[in-house]
Design a protein around this ligand. Structure first.
Ligand SMILES: *[C@@H]1O[C@H](CO)[C@@H](O)[C@H](O)[C@H]1NC(C)=O
Ligand SMILES: *[C@@H]1O[C@H](CO)[C@@H](O)[C@H](O)[C@H]1NC(C)=O
Ligand SMILES: *[C@@H]1O[C@H](CO)[C@@H](O)[C@H](O)[C@H]1NC(C)=O
Length: 371
């Protein structure tokens, strides 16, 4: 009897296969030379933070940034997952998943197969394949200069190149051409910023996009920056990041992590502990260039969903009520644009108790786009 019920369980489980690989990606992108010297010490780092968050900061004169075109080849680490073909005869295309600051691509399958926090398994259950990747400087992708190279427009060029190769069927031998030629994009936070950048600069490359934990204005940027106190990653996590340069930054501990990413009491403390233990640093280059990522997507004709936790800290300063609508209005050429606030949820949507129900909102949206 026990044996029988185990068999039934196995056959109803949402089995899927993933393959991990690294590909060289060549890009050309504009970069900015930071208008201040690289930090020698954490005193320099906090000194810059003080200047950035001063009352008069927006009016302070700063030398115009110097734009240089960078051409380079990076190693990008990816994970491709697809439904078991015996269970999903008609796949719906591929979702390209871009993670945000503080994570690597494991944000999308947090907890692994069978976990309630696993976004990828919800996408697979809905009939999609997924392609998640580590943005530059995170996970298994190349570690690059955190001042002059790990910048927004460079990260955007990586996403654009991966997408083109995916569509053309020449990303990697393990990755077939997307079913129906359909490629969707889902981002979280900085990954949504890059996804928005893709819609603005290469609108034909995406058949539908979901921007999670995102808004046109970063209403809580100062709260985020201040709460991190610009800890140098190499001092905060010497075992993992001891070799990183001073432009690699993080927050102090799980209290700061909770403040920025999670809404109490709607998460499991064990999830917070795990997220903190696996956190990845962000770069100074990313912070000073987020506004350099193009965001006029008026030429984008696909469909867009903006979905945030209702009490998102970083993009909504703790209250998203009414904030997504103005961002939605800028997608003037879209077939369909929708907004959704996921209740009892902070910035790190995938790490909250009710994450699975939020995933369903996303899959239902993309299912309607696809159909
Ligand atoms: C960078 O490349 C763009 C596009 O090719 C070009 O328009 C621009 O002039 C270049 N900038 C510099 C500083 O070389
Ligand atoms: C966005 O680009 C379009 C087309 O170039 C232009 O007409 C429009 O004014 C731009 N919107 C903003 C807000 O800059
Ligand atoms: C869980 O999320 C779903 C989808 O957004 C929502 O309808 C439901 O009210 C949420 N449940 C709780 C307890 O927040």
């Amino acid at each position: 009897m026990l044996f029988f019920s185990l068999l039934v369980l196995a056959s109803t489980a949402l089995a899927y296969q993933c393959t991990d690989f690294t590909v060289p990606v060549t890009v050309t992108a504009p970069t900015v030379i930071p208008p201040f010297p690289a930090f020698k010490t954490h005193y320099d780092a906090v000194g810059l933070l003080s200047a950035l968050t001063a009352r008069n900061a927006p009016n302070a004169p700063s030398p115009p940034p110097i734009i240089e075109n960078l051409s380079a080849t990076f190693d990008i680490s990816l994970r491709y997952c697809e439904p078991d073909h015996r269970r999903h005869a008609s796949a719906k295309g591929v979702q390209v998943l871009s993670h945000g600051l503080g994570f690597d691509k494991s944000y999308w399958d947090f907890g692994g197969q069978g976990s309630e926090y696993n976004y990828i398994s919800s996408a697979i259950a809905a009939g999609f394949a997924t392609l998640s990747y580590d943005r530059l400087g995170n996970g298994g992708s190349s570690i690059v200069d955190t001042y002059t190279v790990q910048q927004g427009p460079v990260q955007l060029a990586v996403l654009t190149s991966i997408t083109k190769r995916l569509r053309d069927g020449n990303l990697h031998s393990n990755v077939p051409r997307p079913a129906g030629g359909k490629v969707f994009h889902v981002g979280h936070s900085y990954g949504s910023l890059l996804t928005h950048g893709l819609l603005a600069t290469a609108p034909k490359l995406s058949d539908g996009a979901v921007l999670t934990g995102y808004n046109l204005q970063i209403l809580g940027i100062e709260q985020f920056e201040t709460s991190t106190t610009f800890h140098l990653a190499k001092e905060n996590q010497p075992a993992r990041f001891g070799g990183r340069s001073t432009g690699s930054l993080t927050w102090a501990d799980e209290l700061a992590n909770q403040y920025n990413f999670l809404a109490w009491p709607y998460f499991d403390p064990a999830v917070l502990a795990k997220a903190e233990a696996r956190k990845w640093p962000f770069s100074l280059g990313e912070l000073i260039t987020y506004a350099a990522v193009p965001n006029n997507a008026s030429a984008y004709a696909g469909s867009v969903l903006l979905i945030s936790g209702d009490v998102d800290r970083i993009y909504c300063a703790g209250d998203c009520t009414g904030t997504l609508e103005s961002a939605a209005k800028t997608f003037v050429g879209t077939k369909r644009v929708e907004t959704y606030l996921q209740p009892r949820t902070g910035h790190g949507l995938n790490l909250h108790f009710n994450a699975t129900a939020g995933y369903k909102v996303v899959q239902d949206f993309l299912g309607r786009v696809e159909g």
